[in-house]
Design a protein around this ligand. Sequence first.
Ligand code: CTP
Ligand code: MG
Length: 170
Amino acid sequence: MAIEPPIDGVLEAFIVLLPAFFANAFPVVVKGEKPIDLGLKFIDGRRLLGDGKTWEGLAGGLSAGCIVGSLTSLALKEEAAVFLALVASAGALLGDMAGSFVKRRLGMSRGAAAPPLDQLDFYVGAVAALTLAGYGLTATMFLLYAAITVVLHLAANAVAYSLGLKSHPW
Ligand code: CTP
Ligand code: MG
């Protein structure tokens, strides 16, 4: 099958978004220690991003997303899938960092619940990056997967919490 913009099919959207889900989930397992913001503070005196965004998580998330993209690329004989996986994964991780930046500016500590930001920051980041790369989603696909993302994210985090991987169930 050919992945061609705009992404207007349920399966096509699934293929381009799957790496982003892995890129966002993998850092939770990595549990890194080196903060991306190097402990630096913003002009408001609060941390730039906080201890929940680490270099290990960033590298692990990017790798996980690219591996998933490479596998789907091989399985579907779709060359563009590798490049799109890198784009979507980087977008997802940047979106997640942007979400933490906003939370810190609002005075929220690491791990504090900020719905729907916690659920959608990585998703919006991934779709924005795909759009910049010329592979935007139609509005219908964007909304459909936004809804799926919220449900999946809440379910996955509840599982991660019960397994002791996360300290909060969100
Ligand atoms: N994580 C990481 N590096 C990243 C992203 C996530 O190491 N780039 C890990 C951290 O251990 C983090 C966990 O994954 O605590 C869960 O991620 P997330 O829910 O996004 O972070 P929070 O701890 O909730 O922090 P924040 O309030 O900044 O969202
Ligand atoms: Mg969180």
